[in-house]
Design a protein around this ligand. Structure first.
Ligand SMILES: [Zn+2]
Length: 445
């Protein structure tokens, strides 16, 4: 029996916050989704002229949607829609009905803004609270929230979700890592939330300070905001002494709390009373049968201010609807392997940074801090993985570590790459999403 299996057998599963919804029979869930989908399409037609035009061009009326399968012909929305109509061109409610705005600076240029009505914020808190409970957080728990507060949705999203069912929030935000370690030691939180790369950073700084956080009282971790490998998961769990849960969300859809792993850790339950999940072929946009890998597409079913119809997330995943050991009936999104945007095509081989990470993390002598540099040499793509050595390794042994890592990556990924081992502390530590790839090839792919 796996370690997780043994743990589940030994302990009660985390109770549902709302069993009537979380364990709703799938037929009832589908009926609820269809009714809410029609309402959402009508809302977009009534209040959002650019989307009304798109629906008209595709000949889509709410009454055409007789089953969820009829969604296949409905036009997609994507990130560029938010950029093109920045800041408020896609609002489906009057400006005075808004309660909050979040924004992203946009790594690729133009910013985007997302807006929430008061009801939207209530739904977000409810779903984040449901996610926390699903991962094992309980009323009265202290929650160390190391997600950045501000325009990024992570900090406030987790914050209000934790407060709602009566947890106690420590709103520490990202940064000042030594202070975070001291706070964890002093306040003894049971739950910690952060991006996976920042969680690892906290563990690393703690180890340097001689603080053993695995004995601190931390028990439950919710980590999200970027893809992370199973190997990274094991490192975080070892360093912080938590059982970790993947938390999924994106600001365009809501923020954190769109989906979360339960104790079974067999995929993330996507909350289908508020969202409709599909997987499509990223190239053709055709809907794929359950179990096939493709791009995750999400439709919001209850959002008032900024409804999203078939939003292309760029995240590559698979869906599963078989009943979960935890009793929840909502679809499971198998852990996100990577983002379509992040996928590297190197000499015809598709590879995600998380695959390289999984191959590197846990290798003797290597630390889980790395940068993948892709460049073109002549007509060929060339990948160099720069990775930090663990402390205590003499630089004279870096050669040996490099050879072992090159061999390991070749055998696991079928990819010949260069590996350069760097001294500990080479790469800047991130308090949010870590930069893992530097692609110097231009945008030819
Ligand atoms: Zn489950």
């Amino acid at each position: 029996m796996s370690a997780v299996g043994a743990r589940i057998a030994a302990e009660a599963l985390s109770p549902m916050l709302d069993p009537g919804v979380e364990a709703m029979p799938r037929e009832a869930l589908a009926a609820l989704q269809l009714a809410r989908l029609r309402t959402t399409v009508q809302r977009l037609r009534d209040h959002v002229p650019p989307i009304r035009k798109r629906l008209d061009d595709a000949g889509v009326q709410p009454s055409d949607l007789r089953s969820l399968d009829d969604l296949d012909g409905v036009p997609f929305m994507q990130k560029s829609d938010l950029r093109d109509h920045y800041p408020f061109g896609l609002l489906a409610c009057p400006r005075h009905a808004l309660a909050r705005v979040h924004a992203s600076s946009g790594t690729t240029g133009k910013p985007t803004a997302v807006a929430y009505s008061r009801q939207d914020l209530a739904t977000w808190s409810e779903l984040m609270a449901r996610s926390l409970a699903t991962a094992g957080a309980r009323r009265g728990d202290l929650v160390h929230n190391a997600h950045g507060y501000g325009l990024f949705t992570g900090g406030l999203g987790v914050h209000y979700g934790a407060e709602r069912p009566g947890a106690i929030v420590v709103p520490v935000s990202g940064g000042s890592t030594e202070r975070q370690v001291a706070l964890i030691a002093d306040l003894a939180p049971r739950v910690i939330c952060a991006t996976p790369s920042y969680a690892l950073q906290i563990a690393e700084v703690a180890a340097k300070l001689g603080a053993d956080l695995s004995r601190s009282g931390l028990a439950v971790g919710l980590f999200g905001g970027e893809p992370w490998s199973e190997a990274m998961r094991a490192e975080i769990e070892r360093g912080l002494g938590v059982v970790s849960h993947d938390l999924y969300g994106l600001s365009e859809i809501m923020g954190p709390g769109v989906a979360c792993e339960c104790d079974a850790r067999a995929g993330l339950h996507g909350w289908e009373d508020h969202f409709l999940f599909e997987v499509v072929d990223p190239a053709s946009g055709r809907r794929l049968p359950e179990g096939e890998a493709g791009e995750l597409v999400v439709t919001t079913l209850t959002k008032e201010a900024l409804p999203m119809l078939r939003y292309r997330t760029r995240d590559i995943t698979r869906l599963a609807t078989q009943r979960c050991a935890c009793g929840r009936t909502h679809v499971r999104i198998l852990r996100v392997a990577g983002r379509n945007d992040d996928m590297l095509i190197v000499r015809g081989v598709n590879v995600y940074p998380t695959q390289i990470e999984a191959a590197l993390v846990g290798q003797p002598g290597l630390a889980p801090h790395y940068l993948i540099v892709v460049e073109r040499r002549g007509r060929l793509d060339h990948v160099t993985v720069e990775v930090e050595a663990q402390g205590g390794f003499s630089p004279e042994r870096y050669d040996e570590l490099e050879h072992a890592a090159i061999h390991h990556l070749k055998s696991l990924l079928g990819l010949t790459v260069d590996v350069v081992v760097r001294p500990p502390g080479t790469f800047e530590r991130s308090t949010g999403k870590a930069v893992r790839v530097r692609d110097l090839r231009g945008k030819l792919h």
